[in-house]
Ligand binder design. Structure first.
Ligand code: NAP
Length: 250
């Protein structure tokens, strides 16, 4: 009987893990997506979409059909991770967390690290600036509190129009983004300052390199505390961990 593995995904790493175990007869994977994008990339393994209904809903789901969980959610998806830790404990299911390394500050980086999105909006100051927002669509409404700035926001999908800053232009695009293209964009849009999460990984690092090359300041929103199970730093380590587990009842 294969090991039934729930991958909490929505990230490059989750998709990479899914690809790696797709043809592994010892593992029966199910990839779970939050449903933040209406047309997610095609995945090689079975996919389910949408929340579980909190810790209780997830614990029920685990008891019924899961032998192990890999939390490969985005570094800022802290609620899902907290639920995973609590539900796995409750259901007695082993949990590994695939953790993506943070970007480190390099010489030439002009970062101002702040605690959350509201602090990032405040850090832009009172004088009007041209701001590049490279954030999720759930975060944009916070910048309505700083309406004096011009914003260029890059998103995979357009946000809900309600409560957005008045002077905002949307750029719909999905990564990865190359440094040269990012530099071109920042120049062409005469951006004064960028707001970014510290997502880590290669797919969106081009904007950080571009800001460094242009001497642009970046307001970096620090990562939230993200509860974890057994910490893994690579897809290979996750696969090895999964191979060491047995299906429940065997
Ligand atoms: P979250 O705040 O940690 O989760 C909120 C709720 O969404 C969870 O309680 C859960 O609902 C559901 N959920 C989240 N991930 C799920 C998954 N993989 N499968 C099923 N349900 C899931 O996470 P978030 O709202 O997705 O995002 C938080 C931050 O991370 C945002 O700033 C966002 O921009 C950033 N981010 C997220 C993703 C992503 O793929 N999720 C990607 C890039 C960036 P229930 O309680 O009902 O189970």
């Amino acid at each position: 009987m294969p090991l039934r593995v729930l991958i909490l995904g929505g990230t490059t790493e989750a998709s990479a893990l899914a690809r790696q175990i797709d043809s592994d007869a010892r593992i029966a994977p199910l990839l779970s997506l939050a449903g933040r994008t209406t047309s997610p990339r095609p995945q090689p393994v079975p996919v389910r979409v949408g929340g579980f209904g909190g810790v209780e809903g997830l614990a029920r789901f685990l008891r019924e059909s899961v032998d192990a969980v890999v939390d490969a959610t985005h570094p800022y998806a802290d609620q899902m991770s907290a639920h995973a830790v609590a539900a796995c404990r409750e259901a007695g299911v082993p949990l590994a967390s695939l953790v993506r390394a943070e970007w480190q500050r390099h010489a030439g980086d002009n970062w101002q690290v702040v605690g959350d999105t509201a602090a990032a909006a405040r850090a832009l100051g009172t004088a009007p600036r041209r701001v590049f927002l490279s954030l999720g669509r759930q975060d944009l409404h916070v910048f309505a509190r700083a309406p004096q700035h011009h914003y260029l926001a890059r998103l995979i999908e357009p946000p809900d129009r309600a409560a957005l800053p008045p002077d905002l232009r949307l750029l719909q695009a999905r990564g990865p983004f190359e440094r040269a293209d990012e530099e071109h964009l920042l120049r062409a849009e005469r951006i004064d300052v960028m707001v970014s999460k510290n997502s880590g990984g290669a797919a969106t690092y081009g904007k950080i390199e571009a800001a460094r090359a242009l001497g642009l300041p970046v307001v970096v929103i620090a990562r939230p505390h993200k509860p974890a199970g057994v910490v893994m730093t690579s897809v290979d380590a996750c696969v090895t961990w999964l191979h060491g587990l047995a299906p429940r009842g065997v």
